[in-house]
Design a protein around this ligand. Structure first.
Ligand SMILES: *Cc1c(COP(=O)(O)O)cnc(C)c1O
Length: 249
C-alpha cells in the first residue's frame, strides 16, 4: 500500500526517534556521551521525492553507496541544504563527480583514488572529509584495506591537501553471531590505536564509522563515532545487498 506524504513523514520521524533513542541507550550502556555518536542516514534506493520528506523530518545528511545515484539525487534535491556522504567504493574515473557535490567520502581504499580526488577537489576549490575504509572481516567480498596495510597507506595521505582525513570506516561481517561481528569492531579500535602512534603528523583518526541497521548498538559499545543506518529509518530495501556488495547473498 502506498503511503501518502503525511504518513511517510510520520513513519520516518518515528523511525528516527526510535533509532536515536537506541543510540542514547547504547551510549549509556557503554558509559559514553550520546553526543559522541553521529547518525548518518543511508538513503540508497530511497527515491528523491521520499528524501524531500525525510529532509523535512530531520535528515539533513544523507549517505549513498553509489556515486551515480548520489549524483542524480544531489542534482534533483539541490534546492535543499543536504550534506552528501559517499560511503561506497569509488572508481578513479568517477572522482570528478564526487568532487563536485559530496561533503564526505567514507570509502577511500587506494592511492589512485586519493590522488585523482585531490586533483579534482583542487580544481573545484573544495576540500572534503575522508575516511579510510578497512576490511575488518577479511571477507573477499568486502572493499577496504587489510588492517595490516593501513599504516603504510596513511603515510602517503598528507600530500593530498584537499582530503581532510577524519578516521576509519568499516562494514562488519554479516552474521547473526554477535561475537564475530564484535571482533570486527574491536579490530578497528586496534587499528585506530596503532595509528595514534604511527600516523604522520597532522593526521588524526578520531572518527570510527561503523555499525548499520543490524549492528549499530554493538558498534557503539565498541567505540563507533558514526553509525550508518538505512533500513531502520527507511524500511527494507527492495534490492538485495548483493547489488551493493558483490558476492553477498
Ligand atoms: C547500505 C549501507 C549501509 C546501511 O545499511 P542498512 O542495513 O540499510 O542500515 C551502511 N554502510 C554502507 C557502506 C552501505 O552501503
Amino acid at each position: 500500500m502506498e503511503l501518502n506524504a503525511e504518513q511517510q513523514f510520520n513513519d520516518i520521524q518515528n523511525n528516527l526517534t526510535t533509532v536515536k533513542q537506541r543510540i542514547v541507550d547504547a551510549c549509556k550502556k557503554a558509559g559514553r556521551d550520546p553526543a559522541s555518536v553521529r547518525l548518518l542516514p543511508v538513503t540508497k534506493t530511497v527515491p528523491a521525492e521520499r528524501l524531500r520528506i525525510a529532509y523535512a523530518a530531520g535528515c539533513h545528511e544523507m549517505g549513498e553507496n553509489k556515486i551515480q545515484e548520489a549524483r542524480e539525487k544531489s542534482e534533483v534535491l539541490s534546492d535543499l541544504n543536504i550534506k552528501w556522504a559517499v560511503i561506497g567504493h569509488l572508481q578513479t574515473n568517477k572522482a570528478k563527480y564526487l568532487a563536485r557535490f559530496a561533503n564526505e567520502f567514507q570509502a577511500l581504499d587506494s592511492l589512485k583514488v586519493a590522488e585523482e580526488l585531490d586533483k579534482r577537489l583542487q580544481n573545484e576549490g573544495r576540500s572534503i572529509d575522508v575516511y579510510v575504509q578497512v576490511n575488518s572481516s577479511g571477507e573477499a567480498s568486502k572493499f577496504g584495506l587489510p588492517p595490516e596495510g593501513v599504516c603504510d597507506f596513511v603515510q602517503q595521505l598528507p600530500k593530498y591537501s584537499s582530503l581532510r582525513i577524519k578516521g576509519l570506516m568499516t562494514l562488519a561481517i554479516f552474521s547473526s553471531d554477535h561475537a564475530r561481528v564484535r571482533e570486527c569492531f574491536v579490530k578497528m579500535r586496534e587499528v585506530q590505536a596503532m595509528l595514534r602512534q604511527e600516523a604522520p603528523d597532522g593526521l588524526s583518526f578520531d572518527e570510527l564509522s561503523m555499525g548499520m541497521s543490524g549492528d549499530y548498538e554493538l558498534a557503539i559499545e565498541e567505540g563507533a563515532t558514526v553509525v550508518r543506518v538505512g533500513q531502520a529509518i527507511f524500511g527494507k530495501r527492495p534490492l538485495p545487498d548483493s547489488h551493493y556488495w558483490p558476492g553477498m547473498g
